[in-house]
Design a protein around this ligand. Structure first.
Ligand code: ZN
Length: 130
């Protein structure tokens, strides 16, 4: 048995994800490849670009229930996912910065709004002695 580039893909004949082996490329369509289901031996045309894209999308998608609700007085870490109730948007913290006023802020990449800077570790008035 030759060791080709096997992939796991949904076979329409088996109606399940099966192991598939490469048969050959498609002329004029470099992103598409013929694969054969090792279970039922049926050939399937697989669009590898679309497959890769959908896998990346699935990985990127944030689940709202796994997000922390954003509150200015909280402190966050890079990589954490947060939910902004006022904007109804979720995003991932990509970095942390110091504001010009000496405060702390997080840079969040929101799904709908894009990149936004939000204050964190905000000390409520009256708690600090000036
Ligand atoms: Zn099959």
């Amino acid at each position: 048995m030759a060791k080709g580039k096997n992939i796991l893909h949904h076979c329409v004949h088996c109606e399940r994800v099966t192991k598939m082996e490469v048969i050959g490329a498609v002329e004029n369509q470099p992103e598409k490849t013929w694969y054969r289901c090792t279970r039922c031996r049926h050939a399937t045309l697989v669009d590898l670009e679309a497959l890769k894209q959908s896998q990346q999308d699935a990985k990127k998608k944030l689940d709202k229930s796994q997000c922390l609700e954003y509150k200015p007085e909280n402190t966050y870490s890079v990589g954490e996912a947060i939910f902004h109730s006022e904007w109804d948007d979720i995003g991932k913290i990509i970095s942390k910065v110091r504001t010009s006023g000496g405060g702390r802020a997080i840079v969040v990449s929101f799904e709908k709004l894009g990149e936004r800077r939000l204050m964190e570790s905000v000390v409520r008035n009256g708690e600090d002695n000036q």
